[in-house]
Design a protein around this ligand. Structure first.
Ligand code: GLN
Ligand code: ZN
Length: 421
């Protein structure tokens, strides 16, 4: 596979080859080795999985839609699980403490046995569940202690991915990730998240969200093969994640979140290319969650707030609940979703998790009132802006305590009417 890859040094080499090739009659001879490698890749068993290709070829438009429209699904979900008005939840991860990172390292270095590592994760998850119950959150998460990164974690378990030792990419500030190398046809050999979801759900009578990364985000945050259209690759990933959706549902998960943190950033810069890209990106998400039954609540999460130009596409996602970044704009982002534009449920983030600053209940209460004024109380959720993995417990505990307190106050107050019905 090495010959298929080009990082910085190999790209310089390729530039030199092209420059030389441009000025010589021996062009064919110069380019022949690279053409041979390309042909070998196209014919390789690693890039061609017949079962995956047949599954993609058999897709029909019906495979891209839930069976019933949102209103019917919402009724089925409310009949299945009673959540309070203004339900509270979090986006998935809890602090990745030094202890968690040390355990992961010890396991990798063979100093911690698989059994001890798993027992450690079970304790972490149990603590996260107890914490959320103590605070009074409504829809719980397992906390993602087993995940290094939301894309790498899935790449490691899917077929068609490989990993580099040093292919680091900056995420933000001093945070870096090692994107997986998506080189072949993608499939899911076995369940990826079910074990930890099942353990978390066994520790509580409150519902625990299944937590997956969506196809567009996996595509955006990987080094992706260039021998077929990205759309094709996204469809393969969607089917692999769909298998996980089905299995979580079969295990009894009431809510399943499919994060599409990178959907917006994949939008091409060239205006002419946008419509097509957005159409298949949204289709990939729809395909991922389409088989979910009406009484299964599909969540999605996006960590940005510039929705203006793509709001109609976000509507087309048709997630039952979407959580978005909103606090830094003081809920202004909801102007794009109000006035009947966005019919489904929505959780505008009520505090910015990228800052160590801890919000108090007064300010969250004011943001909730502002959100209600824009879209009403009926379909509003209460949650932070994003996952909490970069924060410390000393910040998370008071912040979420304030979030729950502000929600209680709003529930006791008269609803603010939505500005436009
Ligand atoms: N579920 C992920 C988390 O909570 C989502 C992260 C993200 O949106 N970037 O960490
Ligand atoms: Zn996020």
């Amino acid at each position: 596979m090495r010959g298929w890859l080009a990082f910085a040094a190999q790209k310089l080499e390729e530039l030199r080859t092209l420059r030389t090739a441009a000025g010589t009659v021996k062009r064919e001879a110069l380019l022949a080795p690279s053409r041979a490698i390309g042909a070998a890749r196209r014919g390789s068993a690693h890039t061609n999985d017949e079962a995956v290709r047949e599954r993609v070829a058999a897709l029909t438009p019906a495979d891209y839609a839930r069976a019933e429209p949102f209103a019917a699904r919402q009724a089925a979900q409310r009949a299945r699980v009673t959540l309070p008005e203004l339900p509270t939840t979090t986006i998935g991860s809890f602090p990745q403490t030094a202890e968690i990172r040390a355990a992961r390292r010890a396991r990798r270095d063979g100093e911690l046995s698989e059994a001890d590592y798993e027992a450690f994760l079970e304790r972490e998850i149990e603590q996260a569940i107890r914490f959320q119950e103590r605070l009074g959150l409504d829809l719980l998460v397992h906390g993602e202690p087993e995940r290094n990164d939301m894309v790498e974690h899935f790449g490691e378990q899917l077929r068609g991915f490989a990993f580099s030792a040093n292919g680091w990419v900056q995420s933000y500030g001093s945070r870096c990730v090692k994107p997986p190398i998506l080189f072949g046809d993608v499939s899911r050999p076995q369940a990826m998240t079910v074990r930890w979801w099942r353990w978390a759900q066994s520790r509580t009578s409150k519902p625990v969200k299944g937590m997956l990364t969506g196809p567009v985000t996996i595509l955006q945050w990987s080094f992706v093969r260039d021998d077929q259209p990205r759309r094709e690759t996204a469809t393969q990933i969607a089917l692999a994640i769909q298998d996980e959706v089905r299995e979580l549902e079969a295990e009894g998960a009431f809510a399943i979140q499919v994060d599409e943190a990178a959907l917006r950033e994949g939008l091409p810069l060239q205006a002419a290319a946008r419509a097509e890209w957005v159409a298949w990106a949204i289709d990939a998400f729809r395909l991922t969650v389409a088989p979910a039954r009406s009484e299964t609540q599909v969540h999605t999460h996006m960590c940005y707030s510039e929705f203006g130009s793509i709001v109609d596409q976000i509507v087309r996602l048709d997630a039952d609940v979407i959580s978005i970044e909103a606090s830094r704009s003081g809920m202004d982002v909801l102007d794009s979703f109000g006035g009947g534009v966005y019919p489904n449920e929505i959780g505008p983030g009520v505090y910015d998790i990228h800052a160590p600053r801890v919000p108090d209940a007064d300010e969250i209460e004011a943001l909730l009132a502002a959100a209600e004024a824009r879209i009403g109380r009926e379909r509003l959720w209460v949650n932070p802006d994003c996952g909490l993995k970069t924060r410390r417990w000393e910040e998370v505990e008071p912040a979420l305590t304030a979030l729950v307190e502000a929600t209680r106050r709003r529930r006791a107050a008269a609803p603010a009417e939505a500005a436009v019905a």
